[in-house]
Ligand binder design. Structure first.
Ligand code: ZN
Length: 200
């Protein structure tokens, strides 16, 4: 029914970018044991390759006082999402914790979220507005699920979305590419790499 090979419709630009440090936030989506640790129940193998790039970006952000925000999937025992994915990232469990390699430090913001979208029912938008943030650099996993919903939600609220393509991961190349396509085409987001970002 569907063609076996789907051509990526256009070349997507991946370029270096300069962002004003005080107006930018680095958002790390769901780099929790559930998704980014091999013992997690919804492990995304590709997420392991993004740890080093995210870590480098994190160091860069911290050295320039860029706001660092983590989201965490944070489910109650009977969450309706479990009918789709099975039980995962239950509030307060090991799976819900951020992986050791990217542990938050004092001053970072932790957003515990109920759904794919980091803004849904959370105070993420308030945090960004209070800090007069204009640019959201969005990293993490799963690219086409929580990263995309959070990026879309940020764009619809008027924030500029920047995706370092070596800092997001998906379960398939199709999911990964389609995320980049949606971000650039639909939300006018910009693509770069962890090395391509300069906070000024
Ligand atoms: Zn979930």
């Amino acid at each position: 029914m569907f063609p076996e090979y789907v051509k990526v419709p256009e070349k997507m630009d991946v370029k270096p970018i300069e962002l004003e440090a005080s107006k930018s936030a680095l958002i790390i989506v769901d780099m929790q044991n559930a998704f980014a640790h091999e013992k997690g129940r919804l492990f995304v193998p590709e997420s392991r390759k993004t740890i080093e790039p995210i870590k480098k970006l994190l160091e860069k952000a911290r050295s320039k006082n860029v706001s660092v925000i983590y989201t965490q999937d944070w489910h109650q025992k009977d969450d309706p999402e479990f009918s789709v994915w099975g039980e995962h990232a239950v509030a307060g469990t090991w799976e819900a914790e951020i992986i050791d390699e990217l542990k938050p430090i004092d001053g970072d913001v932790l957003i515990k979220k109920l759904r794919y979208d980091g803004f849904y029912g959370t105070y993420l938008d308030d945090v960004l507005r209070m800090r007069k943030i204009e640019n959201t650099v969005i990293t993490g996993t799963v690219a086409n699920i929580c990263v995309l919903h959070t990026a879309g939600s940020a764009a619809l609220r008027g924030y500029k979305v920047v995706i370092p393509i070596d800092c997001i991961s998906a379960l398939s190349m199709f999911d990964y590419i389609s995320t980049l396509r949606q971000v650039t085409f639909l939300y006018r987001g910009l693509l770069t790499t962890h090395e391509g970002i300069r906070f000024v």
